[in-house]
Design a protein around this ligand. Structure first.
Ligand code: 6PG
Length: 633
């Protein structure tokens, strides 16, 4: 049974205009109940005689019959005054899905409109009797009909989305399943779709419905046509597929099946430029694609992730209730779902989130290495230190899980001692490093974190180097590192700030380059809960960004950098002597050190460039940017 949308209100409220526009948008038939009146009624009205309940009865029955017929076909929009509750009760009898949309207009405007109407049997004199009969509905989408057609339609469609609450979820891998369960537990009606692959992905959606009580009212599909049909006239689809080719291919299949006005939310870790490509392609069919960075892993997806959304603002406003309902809520009571901006800016911000995540993870690995290899501490002792740090300004999700990992045992040994050290990555870190290089934004923290993973996986070269150089383990056991926990803590605090600084600086640069209006305060606010990089530091940044757009300008950050810097220098010295690899700590140190110089040795680079390529250089006291070139030989 399909939905029937009744547009109601007194004569002159705009039922026909709005109703036919809505029907066109929903691609379903439009029925004007005025055309269903028996001739006696029309004659009476023409003469200015108000209709009685009795007069209206055969008419209402006829409209009801048409509504019933439409509901078992494609549904319909019906413009009908339906002034009394008893009339509405009759009209909606036996209909499974009914929406009442009440166009509420004041008397003066109504009178003006009726006078301006040509070829209509209803005289303006009947208006007062209509208003006297009108019982305003309590359960209806109510629109002030003073608004223009487009605005009115927007309000109606948004409200229908919320009331209809049938959302399609595509891709029931770990994340898709968790998001579906999250939405199911919030009361949304779901249609679940997963492709069918013999032997590996069979009846996946059905299995989900059977396995999870919060999904037991969801409709499972492995046929894309049936899935789309189940979503009715205004499909809204949350897509959780692997980014790249799989998504491209799926969108090509899906687009021709959808009606204009459909909204697709891409929740994958997609490359922002691909998101923009999809937005352009599907807009040709009047379908909106919203890029939605989702962070929080499986648990976040289930209990409340952080969502970074971008694309058409009206499309976002339409689906915002859905997204907000699934997102985490931060300590200030704000939703961790935000509209980031146009185009692919949501996925861009998620990419930077992941780059900061890479930096944080690498830093924690190095801190662990310093304690384990340098201070000869076992996993349990390190976990105890991290546990204490969690009670301070260092509190973070990643520190918390690291502490839990350290105490985890496997066959009576710390599990960490049994896990292969080859680290993987899926792409977002590499994109961020690439983007930073492309935009000319120094973001060595991300490149270093990424390279550390690549080095770990390059087992061939590692073996070669190990054969030809003295073993690090021999050196370290002979020489304990000359630093203490407090120094390590100070350095950890400082390097995290430098890592976050580079992430937010990259967002600022991208916003300038791509003309996105991104609020760093709102990005930091979204990252305060639900996501992988949530932390007490993020709370401080979110507050700081209200006054400045630079992490380093935030008093807490400035203070930490300046006062902990000498400990960073000492630690680098000690770790170098002990031959303990600390690439990201070094990167922070080297980067700050360079910024500290009054004059950098890059003078030589400029001279070399001019020597072999006549690329030009500037004199160091030049304030006008005049390029020089000299004859070097
Ligand atoms: C998150 C994570 C999540 C995932 C990334 C990183 O915010 O929930 O960032 O998106 O962990 O894909 O993966 P790699 O480390 O494999 O690149």
């Amino acid at each position: 049974m399909q939905a029937v949308y009744f547009i109601m209100g007194v004569s002159g409220s705009g039922k026909t205009t709005i109703g036919s526009a809505l029907a066109q948008q929903l691609r379903i038939p439009f029925i004007d109940a005025d055309h269903e009146h028996p001739t006696e009624n029309i004659e009476k009205m023409r003469m200015g005689i108000p209709l009685t309940d009795e007069d209206r009865m055969p008419w209402l029955q006829k409209v009801h019959a048409r509504a019933l017929a439409a509901s078992s076909d494609n549904g319909a929009v019906i413009a009908c005054s339906a002034l009394k509750q008893t009339y509405r009760n009759l009209l909606e009898e036996h209909l499974m899905k009914v929406y009442w949309i009440f166009l509420d207009v004041d008397r003066a405007l109504l009178q003006e409109r009726i006078k301006g109407r040509k070829n209509h049997y209803m005289p303006a004199s009947l208006l007062d009797s209509q208003l006297a009969t009108l019982e305003k509905p309590k359960q209806a989408i109510r629109v002030n009909a003073k608004l223009g057609v487009t605005e009115t339609l927007d309000i109606i469609i948004r409200s229908i989305y919320i009331k209809e609450k049938r959302i399609g979820i595509v891709g029931l891998g770990v994340m898709g399943k968790a998001l579906a369960r999250n939405l199911g537990s919030k009361g949304w009606q779901l249609s679940l779709y997963n492709r069918e692959v013999k032997g590996s992905e069979e009846l996946v959606a059905k299995q989900c419905v059977n396995d999870y009580p919060e999904l037991n009212t969801a409709l499972p599909f492995n046929d894309i046509h049936a899935f789309v049909k189940s979503l009715g006239s205004l499909p809204c689809i949350f897509m959780m597929l692997p980014a790249g080719g799989v998504t491209d291919h799926f969108l090509n299949t899906l687009a021709p099946l959808l009606s204009p006005g459909a909204i697709i939310i891409d929740g994958a870790n997609a490359f922002y430029a691909d998101t923009e490509k999809h937005q352009e392609q599907l807009l040709q069919h009047n379908i909106h694609v919203l890029g939605c960075g989702v962070s929080g892993g499986e648990q976040g997806a289930l209990e409340g992730p952080a969502l970074m959304v971008s694309g058409d603002k009206q499309a976002y406003d339409t689906v915002a209730p859905l997204l907000v309902s699934m997102a985490a809520i931060n300590n200030s009571g704000n939703s961790c779902c935000a509209y980031i901006g146009r185009g692919g800016s949501g996925h861009y911000v998620k990419m930077v989130h992941n780059a900061i995540e890479y930096g944080e993870m690498q830093l924690l690995a190095e801190i662990y290495g310093l304690m384990h290899n340098g201070l000869q501490m076992n996993a349990e002792a390190i976990a105890a230190i991290f546990y204490e740090w969690q009670k301070t300004e260092l509190h973070s999700y990643l520190l918390d899980i690291t502490q839990q990992i350290l105490i985890k045992q496997h066959n009576h040994q710390p599990i960490l001692s049994r896990i292969s050290d080859k680290a993987s990555s899926k792409g977002t870190g590499a994109w961020a490093a690439q983007e930073a290089a492309f935009l000319g934004e120094p973001a060595g923290m991300f490149t270093t974190a990424l390279n550390a993973r690549y080095v770990s996986a390059n087992t061939g070269l590692r073996e070669w180097v190990q054969q030809h150089f003295t073993s690090r383990d021999q050196v370290v056991t002979a020489q304990k590192i000359a630093i203490d926990i407090d120094q390590i803590k100070a350095v950890y605090t400082l390097v995290r700030i430098w890592n976050h600084h580079q992430g937010f600086a990259l967002i600022t640069k991208a916003a300038e380059k791509y003309r996105w209006d991104i609020s760093l305060a709102s990005v930091a606010d979204v990252w305060r809960a639900g996501c992988i990089i949530r932390s007490s530091l993020m709370d401080k940044l979110a507050e700081g960004f209200i006054y400045t757009n630079m992490v380093l300008d935030i008093p807490y950050c400035k203070e930490v950098l300046v006062s902990n810097y000498h400990k960073l220098v000492q630690l680098i010295g000690a770790a170098t002597l002990a031959e303990i690899p600390t690439p990201i700590i070094n990167e922070a140190y080297q980067s700050i050190l360079q910024y500290k110089q009054k004059k950098l040795n890059t003078t030589l680079i400029q001279a070399q460039r001019d020597f072999f390529g006549a690329h030009g250089f500037q004199w160091d006291d030049d304030t006008e940017g005049i390029m020089q070139h000299i004859d070097w030989v």
